[in-house]
Design a binder for this molecule. Structure first.
Ligand code: HEC
Ligand code: HEC
Ligand code: HEC
Length: 242
């Protein structure tokens, strides 16, 4: 038993190494972490900390990802795994906080639907390397590349940066462009228009890491992309919203 586990670990290690892309291609680690529901993301939602990104872009009102569960009207729909796969988060995954009373999932398409389970990152943020509650904020200023690496190692996921998926591929987990798509919502015929929808959903803002990446040499930028800490998806070079 132990031997087998070790063999798998070694094989995994070789794969990992030979892939060259290192942890950018390795998102399986994220599955070991637990989901926290909205509670885990509250720093991002209030003015006093690093960003008011969501309030600023009117994320909640315009995109409606936070209201997707209210579309499900009957108990049958609210427990139907088909509907929940697109209208809810973390279906059948490990959930620490925010579980729905209807089953093992978090209601709505929340931050963690796209950014992965939050509990690893929250721990890093609260006590980075056991150095106390300000250590991570300091690291974000002194070495934002290392800070982003620490986020990712703690399970954080950003499509087009450290995820094997591009942003568009991530959207297409729940949206569809082709009226004849095999997987689509039975209740609407609305087609996904990537650029248009991304523009509405775009909640990036320019921060330390973007400034640092902008100043890297082409070779260093390529290296940061290979390591999964700089964007490798062209849509992410579209201008930031004002
Ligand atoms: C493949 C993902 C997916 C599945 C499966 C899915 N939905 Fe949806 N649903 C969506 C998306 C995406 C939208 C919004 C589309 C848009 O506005 O572009 C939506 C919209 C809706 C709407 C609003 C329709 C409107 O006219 O505004 C309702 C109601 C709805 N879904 C109910 C359901 C129910 C009930 C189920 C299960 C039987 C379900 N959905 C399954 C992705 C899905
Ligand atoms: C539908 C998927 C989706 C949802 C839901 C979502 N995001 Fe994002 N998020 C993205 C994408 C795509 C980007 C762009 C990646 C980038 O900027 O590098 C992004 C970028 C970000 C960034 C900037 C990251 C960086 O370093 O550039 C932060 C911070 C962020 N999201 C936090 C959140 C929070 C908090 C929530 C919930 C309130 C949330 N996101 C909900 C997809 C999503
Ligand atoms: C986990 C499933 C899921 C993912 C992933 C997802 N969406 Fe959605 N999205 C939905 C659902 C469900 C709705 C319907 C919201 C409603 O009206 O209830 C929706 C609605 C939207 C809307 C509002 C559309 C309208 O008709 O007004 C936009 C814009 C949007 N999504 C953008 C994106 C973008 C951009 C991405 C990729 C970065 C993305 N979504 C990824 C499930 C998802």
């Amino acid at each position: 038993m132990f031997k087998k586990v070790r063999q798998i670990a070694i094989a995994g290690g070789i794969l990992f190494f030979s892939a060259g892309v290192m942890f950018s291609a390795n998102t399986t680690f994220a599955k070991e972490y637990k989901y926290l529901g909205g509670a885990g993301c509250k720093c991002h939602m209030n003015k006093t900390t690093e960003g008011n990104e969501y309030k600023k872009v009117g994320y909640e009102e315009k995109v409606g990802h936070f209201n997707t569960f209210s579309r499900l009207k009957t108990d049958e729909e609210r427990t139907n795994p088909e509907c929940l796969s697109c209208h809810a988060t973390a279906l059948d995954k490990k959930i620490k906080k925010g579980k729905s009373k209807y089953g093992n999932f978090i209601e709505n398409v929340t931050c963690e639907a796209c950014h992965g389970p939050g509990d690893g990152y929250v721990k890093v943020k609260k006590n980075y390397k056991g150095k106390g509650k300000d250590a991570f904020s300091k690291l974000m200023k002194s070495d934002p590349l290392e800070a982003r690496r620490a986020q990712f190692e703690a399970g954080g996921r950003i499509a087009g940066v450290n995820s094997p998926k591009t942003v568009k591929e991530q959207c297409l987990e729940c949206h569809w462009e082709d009226p004849a798509a095999a997987r689509k919502c039975p209740k609407t015929d609305k087609l996904f228009k990537f650029k248009e929808y991304f523009k509405i959903d775009d909640h990036r803002d320019q921060d330390h890491i973007d400034d640092v990446i902008a100043k890297l040499s082409a070779a260093d930028k390529k290296k940061a992309q290979d390591e999964g800490i700089a964007a490798n998806d062209p849509i992410l070079y579209s201008p930031y919203k004002k």
